[in-house]
Design a protein. Structure first.
Length: 362
């Protein structure tokens, strides 16, 4: 018998979220039990629920932006003590044996990565995410949250934060470097704060002028509306690094033209259609296109410590568990500034339903 956990679960593709009681595994010697305080809603949650990414495992409890308080630790745990603040991102285990894992690049595990939800643990059981009131995770895949960080604003950093921090750090964002962030939304607004704190000259490229004041307030030096005539052409050869956060297909050649010599364009999202560009765009200025997956555990800890040191957090709208469906509808329309987070204290509200496939308790 494991730990009984209140959750919000979706039982079938695109179906409604319903209250449920699921069972977490019994904590082992290396595990920590986290009482979840807040769970962020990522756009990829929506894609998983609608079976647009990966192979869905239903019933599904989404959520990989988790911040909370440690309530119990296993006998071999040395990293945490009861009362510590802790966070969990998009993975809760990996093979630990491949070259990537040994190098601290668990996000590129060539064995088997165990995702926080819609995945299977090494014992074959499905994983359930952060739309719940507690979770059990191995200490090696749990991140320490420094004292003083607001947990609601910190939760989205475990996806949005590390997904931007990793490429900014890898491709050398810093003083003297010119960085452009494409899209000022859930990812982009965190990326601007991080790039600015790293010392890079940061520009936002967006299709609307509506978020300009927010972008400038968060550290952007420039804000360009790319739909205005001639706006993109005026930026030819301007940037060392462009990071695209938008899931829509964009004119790759037009963005590549903005790169200086040895400039790199990094795409974080997965558009519906394959990326396409001309070879000439790459040959000019020795440009590159790259992709990246979030970050490893050590790098995620570095990111949280960096954000704590620089006062960086997501700007959030806190919702109750029974408002998830409405949040998804708004997220599809881009109607959020800038991240929804669920107050896990509201998970117990409503009537829990029996879901046999989820290992529920009647």
């Amino acid at each position: 018998m494991g730990l009984t956990t209140h959750a919000r679960c979706v039982c079938d593709r695109g179906g409604p979220f319903v209250p449920a009681i699921i069972e977490r595994r019994e904590p082992g010697p290396h595990d920590v039990v986290i009482a979840i305080a807040y769970a962020g809603i990522c756009h990829s949650d929506l894609e998983h629920v609608h079976a647009k990414r990966g192979t869905p495992i239903f019933p599904m409890v989404p959520g990989h932006e988790i911040a909370g308080v440690v309530t119990a630790v296993g006998s071999a745990v040395s990293k945490f003590k009861v009362g510590d603040h802790a966070g969990v991102g998009n993975m809760v285990d990996s093979c630990r044996e491949c070259d990537s894992c040994k190098a601290g690049l668990e996000q590129y595990c060539s064995g088997r990565r165990v995702l926080t939800y819609n995945s299977r643990d090494h014992d074959g059981d499905p994983t359930y995410g952060g739309y719940s009131d507690q979770i059990v995770v191995d200490q090696a895949y749990t991140i320490k949250i420094p004292a003083g960080m607001d947990l609601a604003q910190t939760a989205p950093l475990f996806c949005a934060g590390i997904t931007l921090y990793s490429p900014l750090r890898h491709w050398g964002a810093g003083p003297g470097r010119r960085v452009a962030i494409v899209g000022f939304g859930g990812l982009g607004h965190v990326g601007v704060q991080i790039a600015h704190a790293m010392g890079a000259r940061t520009t936002v490229l967006d299709i609307s002028d509506a978020k300009r004041p927010d972008a400038l307030r968060m550290g952007a030096e420039d804000y360009v509306v790319v739909t205005q005539p001639g706006a993109m052409e005026a930026l030819t050869g301007r940037f060392d690094l462009i990071i695209s956060t938008v899931p829509a297909n964009v004119d790759i050649d037009a963005y590549l033209a903005m790169l200086a010599v040895d400039g790199v364009m990094v795409t974080l999202a997965i558009p519906e259609k394959p990326l396409s560009c001309s070879a000439a765009s790459l040959l000019a200025n020795r440009r590159s296109i790259a992709g990246t997956r979030s970050g490893g555990i050590a790098e995620t800890q570095d990111m949280i410590d960096f954000c704590a040191a620089h006062g960086i957090g997501a700007e959030v709208e806190i919702i109750a568990a029974d408002a998830i469906a409405g949040a998804y509808e708004r997220l599809e329309k881009g109607d959020v500034r800038y991240r929804f987070v669920i107050d896990a204290a509201t998970m117990k509200e409503g009537q829990a339903v029996a879901l046999a496939d989820a290992g529920v308790m009647p």
